[in-house]
Structure formats: structure tokens, C-alpha cells
Design a protein around this ligand. Structure first.
Ligand code: GLU
Length: 425
């Protein structure tokens, strides 16, 4: 019998779920007998939509739509962040949860994939309203999360404070002190050293390894970064420390360019003080679309999905694209970049540093024994470089892109687990 199509999502070629499905379709020919189970990857195991009502500071009641999707739990509990954004949809969270499944398997962490989100502009809420919304959301998804079931973490517009409220709410509801229910927590609540900068560090490590294979020197390399939040700024800092010049940056506040490279201390202070790169004195302001034409060697999309379209892919000057964001490149753009000889280190390995240190945090919480920052950074480097090497060998063997190779490595692990566990009943 043919598989019934999902009724609750109508993906298009360019939508996040549509992008993910096309990435799965591309890997199926490399899965051998496991292809029998590939449909599993195209269906989230569980998707929860919740109403999140809160009392605003002025006494009115506001309702927000929240989600938690557990895409696949074959290899372990669900893992993945929670995103607060006014345009979050169920479809987007589904795709993000699926990319978490692939990402965790690509670096061989004992996790499945999950993701959550609330359709809200958190900048419009007061601190207290943000806390009430986070607590109510946590309570609503509390029926499916837990240290052994599904472990949320920070993502776009969420941070350690929000994780602390989530940990506290879950703990209060269960009568425990459940530090392992979320990762990305503040250090005093069982957080891990190195977690805040871990995603950016992973982008740097995979970028360093890819540059080495391309014979590209990091010293003097020109880097353009889209998104100067946690991921983009941490990656930029490490590239600058390795001698690279950060020549362009873009975020929701503006686009800036300086061919001699930004002074990292100045830009960091500017972003901290103003909330974005716009208006930075050490660079000239540029039209947003011109960002994609900037002369650079390395491009780091570290913002949202769907940024590298087919049209932009024709104009990109970089030789190396490091996907700090989840899903920044559309499938049509992927083909164009490959044809043009631009190497893309895909999100599902490039930005896996965050979830890798989340895993370290979870392990430390369980053992109540905490590691030094050096130890964490060293282990992260080893895992990321090792995973990328394995993926690179797979890409060479089948003559496929790094994205399809990452999917091949990851999907094989996921589907072997699927097959070994067997269908219940
Ligand atoms: N939100 C991050 C990601 O997209 C980290 C998830 C986690 O640590 O669980 O990979």
C-alpha cells in the first residue's frame, strides 16, 4: 500500500519541511537495504501544539501558539532547542526537529531529534511576561519532555535564563530538582562551561578542517557573517583569533562592511550596547542585498532558514560556506553552489557543536561531576573534527556533496537503530 501523505503540512520546494524532504530524497539511493525504512524520516513521531495563555502586565490575557515536535526517538531521547519568533510555524519546527535527528546522529550522540517553538515576538514582552510565557509553555509540553524523554535547549531568542525557568517549572511540577531536563542552563544550575560559545566553536572547527583541505589559509582569509547573535559572533571571534578578517556582517539592524576587517573588541561592544551591528562606526553601512556580493573567502550564514536562494547562490564570492544556521540553503541553491565549486559544510555537521556540548552538560548533570572548560573544548574539537573526517571520506567514496554525505552517515545510524528495534507490535 502506498504511504498516506501527511495532512497537517503542505510543504513547498522552498519551505523548511520541503527543503528537508528533498535532502532525504537525495540520500535514499545511498542507503542500500535500509531504504526500506526511509519513510520513517519523512514523518515526525509526535507533534504537540499547545495554547500558551498568559496575563500581561496590564491585566489583559494574551494567547500564543506553542509547539514541541519529536521527530525521531530511535537512538535516544529527543534533543533540540526552543525558538521564540513571531513567524515560527509547526512546519518550521518539524523541519528543525528533523535536522536535529540528523545532526545528533551525524556526530553520533545518543539522541533522537526534537524542537520546540512559540509564535511570539519576545522583544515585545516584559521580563515578567517572558517568564510567565516560558513557565506556561513548559508546563504544557511537560507531558512529553523529561531528562530521559526529550531535553530542550536554547535556540533563536532563547537563552540560559529561559532554560533556568524551564528547569524550575519542570522541577516544581515533578517534585524534583531535574537539572537534566534542559541544557544550556546557567552554570550554577548544572550548566556546562563552554556551552554558550559551543555552536560558534563547532563552526570554527569544521571551517578550519575544511579550509585545510582546500589549502586555504585562515590567516588573512576574509569572512562574511550573516547573523551576529550567539552563533555568528562566537564563530567570528574564533576566526579573527586565527588571523582571519571579518569584513562583513548582517543582522536585523543592518549590514556593515570594512575590507580591512572589523576590530573585534569594538564590534562586540557595539552589539552589546545597541543590540545589533547596524550603526557600527568601524565599518560602512551597506544595502542588505549587497551582502551576498561581498568579496570574501568564507561565508557564514548564521541567522534563519532559506537565506541562500538560487539567485543569491549565483552571486556568492566565497569558496567556503559554513552553515551556522539551520536550513539556510535552499536545495536549488545547493546545486548551484556545487556546480560553481563552492564548498558547503552543511548545518547538520557545521553547527553540531552546540548540541555536542549540550550532551556533555547532560552527562555532567547525571554524574554530578563537572569538567574544566579546556577539557570540554578539547573533546568538542575531537568529536567535530572526527565526525567531519568520516563524512568527508563518505563524500569522496560516493562522489556526493558533504550534505548528502552527512545525511548518508546519519541516516544509516538512525535506520539501523530503527531496524534493530523493529516495528511494534
Ligand atoms: N538549538 C541548537 C541547535 O539547533 C542546540 C540544540 C541543543 O543543544 O539541544 O543545534
Amino acid at each position: 500500500m502506498n504511504n498516506n501523505p501527511l495532512s497537517f503540512v503542505q510543504p513547498t520546494a522552498d519551505s523548511p519541511w520541503g527543503t528537508y524532504i528533498s535532502q532525504v530524497d537525495r540520500v535514499v539511493p545511498y542507503l542500500g537495504h535500509l531504504a526500506k525504512w526511509a519513510e520513517t524520516l519523512k514523518r515526525p513521531k509526535r507533534a504537540l501544539i499547545v495554547d500558551v495563555p498568559i496575563e500581561l502586565d496590564n491585566g489583559e490575557v494574551a494567547h500564543f501558539e506553542g509547539y514541541r515536535v519529536q521527530h525521531n526517538l530511535s537512538r535516544g531521547p529527543g534533543k533540540g532547542g526552543v525558538r521564540y519568533h513571531p513567524e515560527v510555524t509547526l512546519e518550521e519546527v518539524m523541519a528543525l526537529s528533523a535536522w536535529m535527528t540528523v545532526k545528533c546522529a551525524a556526530v553520533n550522540l545518543p539522541y533522537g531529534g526534537a524542537k520546540g517553538g512559540i509564535r511570539v515576538d519576545p522583544k515585545k514582552l516584559s521580563h515578567k511576561e517572558l517568564e510567565r510565557m516560558t513557565r506556561r509553555y513548559t508546563s504544557e509540553i511537560g507531558i512529553i519532555i523529561g531528562p530521559q524523554r526529550d531535553i530542550p535547549a536554547p535556540d533563536v531568542n532563547t537563552n540560559g535564563q529561559i532554560m533556568a525557568w524551564m528547569m524550575d517549572t519542570y522541577s516544581m511540577n515533578t517534585g524534583t530538582t531535574a537539572t537534566g531536563v534542559v541544557t544550556g542552563k546557567p552554570i550554577h544550575l548544572g550548566g556546562s562551561l563552554g556551552r554558550v560559545k559551543a555552536t560558534g566553536r563547532g563552526v570554527f572547527v569544521t571551517g578550519r578542517e575544511a579550509a585545510r583541505r582546500l589549502n586555504m589559509k585562515l590567516d588573512g582569509a576574509r569572512v562574511a557573517v550573516q547573523g551576529f547573535g550567539n552563533v555568528g559572533s562566537s564563530a567570528a571571534e574564533l576566526f579573527a583569533q586565527a588571523g582571519a578578517k571579518i569584513v562583513a556582517a548582517q543582522d536585523h539592524t543592518g549590514t556593515i562592511y570594512n575590507p580591512s576587517g572589523f576590530d573585534m573588541a569594538d564590534i562586540t561592544a557595539h552589539v552589546k550596547a545597541t543590540g545589533g551591528v547596524g550603526g557600527f562606526k568601524g565599518a560602512e553601512a551597506m544595502d542588505g542585498e549587497a551582502f551576498w556580493d561581498v568579496a570574501c573567502d568564507i561565508l557564514i550564514p548564521a541567522a534563519l532558514e532559506g537565506q541562500i536562494t538560487a539567485e543569491r547562490a549565483q552571486r556568492i564570492k566565497a569558496r567556503l560556506v559554513l552553515e551556522g544556521a539551520n536550513g539556510p540553503t535552499l536545495p536549488t541553491a545547493d546545486d548551484i553552489l556545487a556546480e560553481r565549486g563552492v564548498l558547503v559544510v552543511p548545518d547538520v555537521i557545521c553547527n553540531a557543536g552546540g548540541v555536542t556540548v549540550s550532551y556533555f552538560e547532560w552527562v555532567q548533570d547525571f554524574s554530578s561531576f563537572f569538567w574544566s572548560e579546556d577539557e570540554i573544548n578539547l573533546r568538542l574539537d575531537k568529536i567535530m573534527a572526527g565526525a567531519l573526517k568520516h563524512i568527508w571520506d563518505t563524500a569522496d567514496k560516493h562522489r556526493i556533496t558533504l550534505r548528502t554525505a552527512t545525511f548518508a552517515v546519519a541516516c544509516e545510524r538512525i535506520l539501523i537503530a530503527r531496524e534493530e528495534r523493529g516495528l511494534y507490535p
